[in-house]
Design a protein around this ligand. Structure first.
Ligand SMILES: Nc1ncnc2c1ncn2[C@@H]1O[C@H](COP(=O)(O)OP(=O)(O)OP(=O)(O)O)[C@@H](O)[C@H]1O
Ligand SMILES: [Mg+2]
Length: 177
């Protein structure tokens, strides 16, 4: 199967059916490792939305993403801080925004969400549905789902060409095909 993909002449073109991917993580460590693969692909201005119930693994995935991106800082749950910033050796910043405690999009804007989104750093948003109106329709939207104590379902959807390409790269980096 990998071979046929390798020789697929359409491989470099965005493939519409490939706009989403679904898989099961069997441990927090596996979720973090997948996050690392994704974080390695992030570029300035990228938006990654992390949706899912309490304890579904959004922050766990964000920890991996930040590590893969090259953060020097340890990722903590931003639920009490709302906005965390992680720095890299080249002084680039990755923003991690948590909308859980917000009353709505007006409060998010008052807190500077739009400034973050307009800045150079990639942005991770937990509870993105609470600030949906402020978010670009172009983004990677990851939904996490609790399955049992150690397993989480992850569904990733790419909206926009940039993110479709990112998803193709992620698929190759994480699953080899
Ligand atoms: N496969 C898995 N992937 C991710 N987390 C897992 C997995 N299995 C168990 N866990 C555990 O589930 C918990 C997930 O917590 P985490 O803070 O990442 O969730 P969250 O979605 O950010 O929650 P909140 O909405 O409260 O911020 C952690 O304690 C983690 O160890
Ligand atoms: Mg969290």
């Amino acid at each position: 199967m990998v071979g046929s993909l390798t020789y697929n002449p359409f491989r470099l073109m965005p493939i519409l059916e490939d706009r989403s991917i679904e898989f099961l993580s069997h441990s927090p460590e596996q979720t973090q490792r997948l996050g690392v693969r994704l974080g390695e692909l992030l570029k300035p201005g990228d938006l990654v939305c992390l949706a899912g119930d309490l304890g579904s693994g959004k922050t766990t995935l964000a920890q991996g993403i930040a590590r893969g991106w090259g953060s020097l800082d340890q990722v903590t749950s931003p639920s009490f801080v709302l906005i965390n910033e992680y720095r890299r050796a080249d002084s680039a910043i990755l923003y991690h925004f948590d909308a859980y405690r917000l009353s709505g999009v007006a409060e998010a804007i008052a807190l500077g969400l739009e400034d973050l989104l307009g800045d150079d750093g990639p942005v991770l948003v937990e509870w993105p549905e609470r600030v949906a109106e402020a978010l670009s329709p172009h983004r990677l939207w990851i939904s996490l789902r609790w399955v049992d104590d150690l397993r989480r379902g992850l569904h990733i959807e790419a909206d926009g060409l940039r993110y479709e390409r990112m998803l193709v790269q992620f698929r190759q980096a994480a699953f080899g095909g």
